[in-house]
Design a binder for this molecule. Structure first.
Ligand code: COA
Length: 182
């Protein structure tokens, strides 16, 4: 599928951002298991993800991209899968709402790649998901980097679910943010 961006990282490595392909299975399986083991600010906190679960996930999302139900972009740095972001439409009466998600591998963080990826996934979604009117996201209240990123791209807080998330033996609020698409 289509390459959306080709360039260099700030440290001069090759940077490619493109839609996922079936051949990405092993990369994406490793990628999510590494993030899960890291216990970063994501839903997986050390759980192992089976290859079958990952294959089903990739297959389903590649189909959903074709059916214009979502946009997924994968980041490759020097050929290694290093980031994933998506906007996935909800269903029925909420089908004008897209849920946003983003992760980068540890070595890809803090160099502007997240911001670039987020801008690209939003612009692709505006083109490919014609019904999209609102983008929403949820964020750990103690994830300062992500909150800064989201605010810098125009997201505003519309609510907060106290103690919605349990991570590293502590309950944390979930900050709910949105952005309206003109
Ligand atoms: C959150 C994440 C996607 C951000 O991507 P990133 O590439 O690290 O961030 P960038 O370098 O593009 O920086 C984007 C913005 O984040 C903020 N930011 C970056 N590093 C920061 C830091 N150390 N402290 C505070 N804010 C920071 C800044 O607002 C920055 O914008 P600016 O450089 O224009 O000021 C990435 O760090 C990540 O995947 N983290 C782990 C998983 C995660 O938290 N996912 C989000 C779940 S809600």
């Amino acid at each position: 599928m289509k390459v959306i961006h080709r360039g260099k990282t700030k440290t001069g490595k090759d940077l490619i951002i493109r839609y996922p392909q079936p051949k990405d299975l092993l990369s994406v399986w490793r990628y999510f298991n590494q993030l899960s083991a890291e216990k970063t600010f994501i839903t997986f906190q050390g759980e192992k993800i089976s290859k079958k679960t990952e294959a089903d996930w990739l297959d389903k999302n590649i189909k959903n991209i074709r059916q214009k139900k979502c946009v997924f972009l994968f980041v490759f740095i020097d050929g290694k899968l290093s980031g994933i972001s998506d906007i996935t439409l909800k269903e029925r009466v909420s089908k004008h709402i897209g849920s946003f998600g983003i992760t980068l591998s540890p070595e890809a963080r803090g160099q502007g790649v997240g911001k670039l990826l987020m801008k690209l996934v939003i612009s692709e979604s505006k083109k490919r998901l014609p019904g999209l009117k609102i983008i929403i996201l949820g964020c750990f209240a103690n994830n300062e980097v992500a909150l800064n990123l989201y605010k810098s791209l125009g997201f505003t807080e519309y609510g907060r679910l106290p103690k919605a998330l349990f991570r590293k033996n502590t309950y944390v609020d979930e900050v709910l943010m949105h952005q309206t698409i003109e």
